[in-house]
Design a protein around this ligand. Structure first.
Ligand SMILES: Cc1ncc(C[n+]2csc(CCOP(=O)(O)OP(=O)(O)O)c2C)c(N)n1
Length: 560
């Protein structure tokens, strides 16, 4: 900092962000942010102007998911801040580290219902890890330091800093500040007695399963999880958020577990005598909301960094609160001194399930799964796949061969339609040298379609794969299966011509409506140096299978 010289709050803020390593902000301006946007002209920090605040926050989220770094976004007071709310909740549900900066009305008008005032710290209290309303520019350096520390450590999450206009304009002498975070602790290795218990249980079990979630990816624990799975010859199932923690095709990997999970994965969880749950929430998309019927024959070990997750949904026999990577490293160390478990019979059973119930789809006509398979064949192991929410998301999760952690970005907990396009934007900016695919549906795509302008302006070479079924497919499928085909408000009859829309934004559009075109269109899109929209017509009657009916245990899948 420039000691001795008086600086505006806005400049102090930007310098504090730089100190945290920030070189990029996704934002959208407004009246109370004028001092900050003015200071930004003199800052080395790059600003990406999105076209809606929802785009701003999902872009920062996408950036964070594919890098592991804290994403930063900025919006003005009132409607700018409230437009962020969905994106903040989305990041909170999936434990994504964000620092969200909002402008606020001047401190003298706070609480007076002044123009564009919204109590954003009040509104976001339940969906942020922490939030701050800054009343004095002298607090900025400390608060910024704390916000990044809180967002990125322990169980990550969004932290919001609300910045009144007068605080941004206030001139003070800058100074360094220390964090004041008494009582905030980050669990690390976990309890060594419990770790020994876990290693012993692994050595003595007969039918083990590892149930791995997003926490494995957050902790960078994929490699040690792989080693442990191989050493102890354990099958691995993942959640939607855990996809990528083991490379696709790994012999121990059974696939996704839960409502649209692989049959072998669901059966294995139901039959296992030991469930090693790592970085998971026992979410109702996995348990079918029936925690008491989930893995009932198993001794359940639950490793998580957040104490609040332990025994929230299921009874846990051995809980360990700690960093997944550090805990698994310790478990592996102890396990290596013990006998390997006798699991040959178990693997015979697991292989039989895998062979009897593969993921089924037609490969010789234009199906969504065939498109996704083709994408996987034409891409490489560093390719990033971002999805929106709906059937297309599940098909991507079931079929696309993700090879590495952080290469699959999807809205898991909140299931936010509209996440995909801006998140792909953030992902492509973060990983400029990698191929980024967006898999989206015609409903989701229209929820943040305005970001095509940001993508075109910044020449982001995203390949948008629009699986266009002319319906809100996932909801329609539920109406088909569970409401006697009484389709209510799920037809998108008046969809526009998406190729023309892309072209209007200066983006290459390619229409695909036959099986024969699929492969050449995808490779043409990959070869094209800029963004491309592939508008691929699929039937509205394609289903995501298998599916567990609401209220049924995960073994009762339809469409096995
Ligand atoms: C913001 C938001 N609104 C509503 C929903 C409920 N919903 C879940 S999937 C879905 C349909 C998605 O349609 P589309 O994007 O076309 O994908 P498809 O299922 O057809 O592949 C809807 C409406 C949601 N998840 N998010």
């Amino acid at each position: 900092m420039n000691e001795g010289k008086r600086l505006k709050g806005a400049t102090i803020l930007l310098e504090a962000l730089e100190k945290e390593g920030v070189d990029l902000i996704f934002g959208y301006p407004g009246g109370v942010l004028l001092p900050l946007y003015d200071a930004l002209i003199d800052s080395p920090i790059r600003h990406i102007l999105a076209r809606h605040e929802q785009g701003v926050v999902h872009a920062a989220d996408g950036y964070a998911r594919v890098t592991g770094k804290v994403g930063v976004c900025l919006a003005t007071s009132g409607p700018g801040a409230t437009n962020l709310v969905t994106g903040i909740a989305n990041a909170y549900m999936d434990s994504i580290p964000l620092v969200v900066l909002t402008g606020q009305v001047v401190t003298s008008l706070l609480g007076t219902d002044s123009f564009q005032e919204a109590d954003i710290t009040g509104i976001t209290t339940p969906i942020t890890k922490h939030n701050y309303l800054v009343k004095d520019a002298r607090e900025i350096p400390r608060i910024v330091k704390e916000a990044f520390y809180l967002a990125g450590t322990g169980r990550p999450g969004p932290v919001l800093i609300d910045l009144p206009k007068d605080v941004l304009a206030m001139e003070i002498e800058p100074f360094s500040a220390e964090m004041k975070l008494k009582g905030y602790q980050i669990p690390n290795k976990g309890d060594s007695v419990k770790i020994a218990e876990v290693a012993k249980a692994l050595s003595e079990c007969r039918k083990p399963v590892i149930y791995a979630g997003g926490g494995v990816i957050t902790a960078g624990a994929g490699d040690v999880l792989k080693k442990l799975a191989e050493k102890a010859t354990m099958p691995v199932v993942t959640t939607l958020m855990g996809i990528g923690c083991l490379p696709s095709g790994h012999p121990n990997l059974l696939g996704m577990v839960g409502l649209h999970g692989a049959v072998a994965a669901n059966y294995a969880v139901d039959e296992c005598d030991l469930l090693l749950a790592v970085g998971v929430r026992f979410d109702d998309r996995v348990t079918s909301g029936l925690g008491h019927l989930f893995a009932t024959k198993a001794k359940i070990i639950h490793i998580d960094i957040d104490l609040a997750e332990i025994a929230k949904v299921v009874r846990t026999h051995i809980p360990i609160v700690g960093d997944a990577r550090l805990v698994l490293e310790e478990v592996l160390n102890v396990f290596e001194g013990l006998n390997a478990p006798q699991v040959a019979d178990w693997w015979d059973q697991v292989h039989a399930w895998k062979n009897d119930f593969p993921v089924k789809y037609d490969k010789d006509r234009l199906t969504p799964q065939m498109v996704i398979e083709c994408m996987g064949e034409l891409a490489n192991e560093d390719t990033v796949v971002v999805t929106d929410v709906g059937q297309h998301q599940m098909w991507a999760a079931q079929v696309y061969p993700i090879m590495k952690s952080r290469n699959f970005a999807t809205s898991g907990g909140l299931g936010t339609m509209g996440f995909g396009l801006p998140a792909a934007m953030g992902a492509q900016i973060a990983r400029p040298d990698d191929l980024v695919f967006l898999v989206t549906g015609d409903g989701s795509f229209q929820m943040c379609i305005q970001e095509l302008a940001t993508i075109a302006h910044n020449k982001l070479p995203i390949k948008i794969v629009l699986l266009n079924n002319g319906v809100l497919g996932m909801v329609r499928q539920l109406q088909k299966f569970f409401y006697g085909e009484r389709y209510s408000q799920t037809d998108l009859i008046d969809n526009p011509d998406f190729v023309k829309i892309a072209e209007a934004y200066g983006i290459r559009g390619i229409r695909v409506d036959s099986f024969e075109q699929v492969r050449s269109a995808i490779s043409e899109a990959i070869k094209h140096p800029g963004p491309v929209l592939l508008d691929i017509t699929i039937s509205p009657n394609e289903d995501v299978l298998p599916i567990v009916p609401p209220g049924k245990p995960i073994t009762e899948m339809l469409g096995r």
